[in-house]
Design a protein around this ligand. Sequence first.
Ligand SMILES: N[C@@H](CCC(=O)N[C@@H](CS)C(=O)NCC(=O)O)C(=O)O
Length: 216
Amino acid sequence: MTYRLYYSPGACSMAAHIALEELSLPFVLQAVSTARRETQQGAYLAINPKGRVPVLEIPSETKILTELPAILAYLAKQYPEGGLLPNASAIEEARVVEWLDWLAAWVHGMGYGCLWRPERFCPQDASAHEALQANGRRIVEEAYATIEQTLGDGRLWAISSGYSIVDPYLLVLYRWGNRIGLPMRARFAAWTAQTERMLARPAVQRVLEREAVAIE
Ligand SMILES: N[C@@H](CCC(=O)N[C@@H](CS)C(=O)NCC(=O)O)C(=O)O
């Protein structure tokens, strides 16, 4: 059974790519450039009417799976031997959901949404976009301080019990922080240490090389 992942290099889809690689699953990649807005073109909208990556095609399913947290949760649950949900207790699973929900809805959807796509929030008035972008940056910076504080309690990974599907998402967001000019290394020591641990993982190295993206 071969999965198909629709992705754009360095986009949030990179977290799903890392999960597939960590689990050593058979998959093929289908590039859809967000920079060239290919996600909004008819051919892709016929696959995912939401116009977003990632999309996971699961051969045994008739419908595609969308939404990064759902894709990550599916992979971790389907292949428990891969250890991407390190502790199956109810509270630890809830911690994973707590992280993913906040990262996807608030940090990514609201923070980066306002910053990179202000027209989504106020399509009728371009004069509001600058204020929306400033708000997006504020949301991101506040959230990044929270991430740093959480990681700073001595844990090695996002979840105290071990490496999980949250950590690849944090790597994507770490890279985006550099992209928007935040001094990630200087300001976020604990998150940088967690990122270094990510970069030591062979699966992560393979994904970064394949997507041709670097983490500064
Ligand atoms: N809620 C979605 C958001 C996905 C999303 O925003 N993906 C971005 C790339 S990081 C995208 O496809 N953007 C294309 C566009 O805005 O046209 C998820 O978690 O999967």
